[in-house]
Write a protein that binds this ligand. Structure first.
Ligand code: FAD
Length: 291
C-alpha cells in the first residue's frame, strides 16, 4: 500500500477526488454553491462534474455553472452529457458548446426519460451509442456510469456488465460508479469488470448521507442496499438532523478509509452541493490530515 499512499514517495496526492454538483435553481443558490466549493479547493479536486438534465432540460443553467466553475474557481470541469430523447443535431450543438469551453473530460450518459418533454428522439437509445458518436467527433476523455449493484432496469448483473463493456469498447476511458453503502459491492464489481476484460479505471461514487428521507428516496430509485445497522442508527436520531449529518460523515469516512486501504486511488463524491460532509470526511482521512 505504501507505494501509492505515502505522500513523501510521490508528487501525486492520493486519494484523488472529484466532486459532483448539480446546477442550482437560483442565482443566490449558485453563489452559495461557489462559496461551498471554494472551501474544498485545498483538496485539489481533479474535476468537478456538473449534472445535466436528460433531454437537455437544464442546459442553460449547466453551461452557466460550468463557465463560473472554470473562470471563478479555476476547476477542471467535467460536464455530464445525456443523450436520451435528444436529436443528433442537438447532440452536435451541445458538443460544440462543450468544446468551445475547452472542456477535456465528460461523463457520457443515457439519462432517464424526462417526464415533461414533447418529442423524444430515438437517435441515441443507449449510452454506448453516445460514446461511440462523441469519440468519432472529438478527442474528449469520456467517462461512463457503472452500477456495482446493477442498474435498476438491468435484466441481471451479468447483462448489465456486458452493457458496461459495450461502453468501454466504444471508447470510454473510465467508469464512475453509482453510490453504494456496502463496500463489498464495489469490490465484487471490480472483480467482475476485470473478469469480463474491462481494464479502464473504475472510480467509486461516495454519497455522504444528509437525511433519512433523501437516503430512502435514492436507495429506492437506484436500488442500492442500505445496511440494516446504519438504518437503525439513523432512525434512532430521526428527529435530530445534526446527528444524522454526523452519522453520515462517520459512515462515509469509514467507507473511504476501507477503500483507500484497498488501494483505491480515486474517489468521486456526490456533494449534493454542500461542502460540510466532504470537508469532515477528508479531514478525517489520514492522508489529508497534514493539509
Ligand atoms: P446505459 O448505459 O444506456 O444503460 C441503461 C440501461 O440499459 C442499463 O440497464 C443497461 O444494462 C442497459 N443497456 C445499456 N446498453 C445497452 C444496449 N446497447 N442494449 C441493451 N441494453 C443496454 N442522469 C441524468 O439524467 N443526469 C446526470 O447528470 C446523471 N449523472 C449520473 C452520474 C453518475 C456517476 C451515475 C452513476 C448516474 C448518473 N445519472 C444521471 C443517472 C443515469 O442517467 C441513469 O442511471 C440512467 O438510467 C442510465 O444511464 P446510463 O448512461 O448508465 O445508461
Amino acid at each position: 500500500m505504501s507505494d501509492i499512499m505515502t505522500p513523501m514517495n510521490s508528487m501525486k496526492k492520493y486519494p484523488i477526488i472529484s466532486l459532483e454538483v448539480f446546477p442550482p435553481k437560483s442565482e443566490n443558490a449558485e453563489l452559495e454553491l461557489i462559496k461551498e466549493l471554494e472551501t474544498l479547493k485545498r483538496f485539489e479536486p481533479e474535476a468537478v462534474s456538473v449534472t445535466y438534465g436528460a433531454g437537455g432540460s437544464n442546459k442553460d443553467s449547466s453551461i452557466g455553472l460550468i463557465k463560473k466553475l472554470q473562470s471563478e474557481l479555476g476547476f477542471n470541469v467535467m460536464p455530464h452529457f445525456t443523450c436520451i430523447c435528444s436529436s443528433k443535431e442537438y447532440i452536435d450543438n451541445y458538443l460544440k458548446e462543450i468544446l468551445d469551453l475547452n472542456i477535456r473530460d465528460i461523463l457520457a450518459l443515457r439519462g432517464d426519460e424526462p417526464q415533461d418533454i414533447e418529442v423524444c428522439y430515438k437517435d441515441f437509445v443507449h449510452a454506448n451509442e453516445l460514446v461511440e458518436y462523441l469519440k468519432s467527433k472529438s478527442d474528449l476523455n469520456i467517462s461512463v456510469a457503472g452500477y456495482p449493484e446493477g442498474h435498476y432496469a438491468a435484466e441481471n448483473l451479468q447483462k448489465d456488465l456486458e452493457n458496461l463493456k459495450r461502453k468501454v469498447d466504444s471508447g470510454a476511458n473510465s467508469v464512475y460508479t453509482q453510490m453504494f453503502f456496502e463496500n463489498h459491492h464495489f469490490f465484487e464489481f471490480l472483480e467482475r469488470t476485470k473478469q469480463i476484460g474491462i481494464d479502464v479505471p473504475i472510480i467509486p461514487g461516495i454519497l455522504p448521507i444528509v437525511s433519512i428521507a433523501g437516503l430512502l428516496k435514492m436507495s429506492e430509485l437506484c436500488k442500492v442496499e442500505v445496511p440494516k445497522g446504519l438504518m437503525k442508527k439513523l432512525e434512532t436520531y430521526q428527529d435530530d438532523p445534526k446527528s444524522i449529518l454526523e452519522i453520515g460523515v462517520d459512515f462515509a469516512t469509514e467507507q473511504v478509509e476501507s477503500l483507500i486501504n484497498s488501494k483505491v486511488k480515486n474517489l468521486h463524491f456526490y456533494t449534493l452541493n454542500k461542502a460540510y460532509s466532504i470537508q469532515k470526511i477528508l479531514n478525517g482521512v489520514k492522508f489529508y490530515q497534514s493539509l
